[in-house]
Every structure is written in C-alpha cells, then in structure tokens.
Design a protein around this ligand. Structure first.
Ligand code: KG4
Ligand code: ZN
Length: 336
C-alpha cells in the first residue's frame, strides 16, 4: 500500500523545524535550525527576532528536509503545521509557509496543537497505548494530560503559576547561567546534593495541580540574602536542591494520577523531559510502584521543539480527514 508522507512545519518559538514523517511514526528527516544564540544575549526569546529568523530559515529548512528524506512534492500526502500555542508572529511564519505549500501542490492542510505534538513525539519511538497519561513539561507548560484514545486530550492537572522549564530558566538566570539555563542546572545538580531543602509545593493536596513560583522565590531569596551577607553558597548544591524539589513534586503527582486513573502507559513530553534527573527518577518510581504500566520517554533529540512530533500528531487528523482551510490562523493561546 501507499506510504503516507506528511511534511510538517514547527515555528512556535525559537526553532525553525521541518520534518518528513511517514505513517505517523517513521522519521525520514527532521531539520532543526535553532536561534538560541540570537536570543541568548537578551536572556530570553525576543518575539520579533524569532519571527525574523523563521522568515530567513524556513525555505531552506523545507528544502533540506525534502532532500534528506529523498522525496518530492508529488510523494507527499499532506502539509502539517503548528498553529498554536506559541508566539503569534513566529507561528504565522510557519502557518503561511504551510498554506503556500498546500495551495501550490494541492495538498490537504493539517493544523497541529504544539502540546499534542510533544506528546506524539513518543509515537516516533513506540506505538501509544491507551488509556495513557502524559506528563507534559516545557518552557511554557506543565500539565498532566489524560488520553482515552488517539486525539482525545484531557488536562487533569496543571501549574497554577510558572511552568517547570520557566522556573529552571529563571533560577538559571539568578545563578548567572546563559539562557536557557535548564540543561546546565540539570548538569550542575548531578555534581551537588539536596542540602538546602526547598519547599515541595502542593505535594500533599488532593488535586493534580502544580506550583513552582514559591520554589523559585525561595531560591532567589536565599541567593540574594547570601549575597547581602557576603556568604558563599554552593552552586551545585543549590542546583541539586532546586532540582530535587521539582522532581519530587512532578514524580509523586504523576504516580498518584497514574494509579488513580488506571492507565496502561505513562509518557513524558516537552523540553524538560530531557532532564536526566527527572528521567531516572520517573523510571525508578514506575519500576518500583507501577509494574503494570509501560513507561515511554522520548529520546533527547525529540524532547525539545521539533517538526517530527508535529508530523506524528498530524497523522491522526490525516486519517480522520480533519483538514483546515486556507483561512487557518495562528492561535497563540490555543489549548487542547
Ligand atoms: O519544549 P521546549 O523545547 O519549548 C517549549 O515549548 O517551551 O522546552 C524548553 C524548556 C526550557 O525551559 C529549557 O530550559 C528546558 O525546556 N530544558 C530543560 C532541560 N533541557 C531543556 N530543563 C531541565 N533540564 C533539562 N535537561
Ligand atoms: Zn515545546
């Protein structure tokens, strides 16, 4: 039978990415042009700069993805694109590029939710098994998502304030690390110990919600107080203590939800799913306490933003023929 090739585009934040995905799970190419260096000196993503870089990069990324996958437009079955959530100007570049390709080559257009994409990154590794629970942890989101079946997303818990990745990056800034600090904090945490014992917010309440702004504030206060008194704090121990608090809350809430919802599979998703401490803590906890649940963690390359995950998520809509018109717009605040 014919292979279904989807060309997928992702431009929601600071990576311009184009991928070719076959049948929702086979990755033929996944080009990622990162803009991190351009945003670093501003200590965060500058939306206007992000849009400009997407404009400059998108055409070449599309060409490279096609060349690497050894496909031509006549081989393609659909064009998929992230239409939200994300930065509106950044999203618009991808949405317009996708519309142009769909129109020029007479292909169906598929709109994909960026967060659904993060979850479906797992499908590039192994088939999803339902009902499943996804721990979605990125720079903008921290959510527990329950899925009864393909394409059906129910947020059962979420952060009431900062996202986990956001807290990592803010704490990184206080330690003088370049943006985004998440990865470096993770590395430092492995060289230190939980000596400072930060609070574990909402650990014992009966919701599946999270909160990270209190932890962030305690961290910042501790560093500022020490500075004022001229005291030396150990940066590795600070990182380890911060990370221990984040992981403790994420893992215990996720495990409780997994147990109560009687899921078959637990998946991790989003940039913070690249966190080595979190990956090993969740692996250990599932092994010890959830023996009948399959745990799926994306490889590091598929945790951060990429178009391959968009192509994987698009395949469900492709099969259901849920296509968009040329009036498709960016939806910066799009939810599931
Ligand atoms: O999913 P993503 O690439 O972009 C969003 O959709 O937000 O996530 C980016 C976030 C950043 O906050 C970054 O610091 C964090 O993921 N991150 C990490 C690690 N690698 C990336 N946080 C903790 N540990 C890591 N190893
Ligand atoms: Zn993302």
């Amino acid at each position: 039978s014919k292979r279904n090739l989807i060309l997928a585009i992702e431009t929601s934040c600071d990576e311009t990415s184009v991928a070719i995905v076959q049948d929702g799970h086979l990755l033929l190419s996944n080009i990622i042009a990162s803009q991190i260096k351009s945003h670093m000196r501003f200590g965060g993503v500058v939306p206007e700069i992000a849009s400009r870089h997407h404009v400059e990069q998108i055409t070449q990324c599309i060409e490279e993805a096609m060349i690497e996958a050894e496909v031509t437009y006549s081989d393609l079955a659909a064009i998929a694109v992230t239409n939200g959530p994300g930065l509106v100007g950044a999203l618009l570049i991808g949405v317009n590029a996708a519309k142009v390709l769909a129109f020029a080559h007479n292909l169906p257009l598929i709109a994909v939710n960026h967060m659904a994409g993060h979850i479906y990154a797992n499908q590039l590794v192994q088939p999803l098994i339902f009902p499943l629970l996804a721990l979605v942890v990125s720079g903008g989101h921290t959510e527990l998502v329950y899925m009864q079946e393909d394409g059906d997303f129910k947020i059962i818990g979420e952060t009431r304030d900062d996202a986990a990745g956001e807290a990592y990056d803010k704490v990184g800034r206080v330690l003088g690390l370049p943006y985004p600090g998440g990865k470096r904090i993770d590395e430092m945490a492995h060289e230190g110990q939980d000596t400072y014992h930060f609070p574990r917010a909402m650990l014992k309440d009966d919701t599946y919600d999270f909160s990270f702004s209190g932890l962030k504030s305690s961290f910042i206060n501790m560093v500022h107080n020490a500075e004022q008194k001229g005291e030396q704090l150990n940066p590795e121990n600070l990182a380890a203590s911060f990370q221990a608090s984040v992981i403790d809350v994420l893992v215990s809430k996720t495990l409780r939800a997994a147990r109560e919802l009687e899921i078959k599979q637990l998946v991790m998703a989003g940039g913070v799913a690249a966190n080595k401490g979190l990956r090993s803590a969740l692996t250990k906890a599932v092994k010890e306490e959830l023996t009948d649940v399959a745990l799926l963690i994306p490889p590091l390359a598929l945790c951060g933003d990429n178009a391959a995950m968009i192509g994987a998520a698009a395949y469900i809509k492709f099969k259901r023929e849920e296509f968009s018109g040329y009036d498709l717009n960016a939806q910066p605040g799009l939810s599931f």
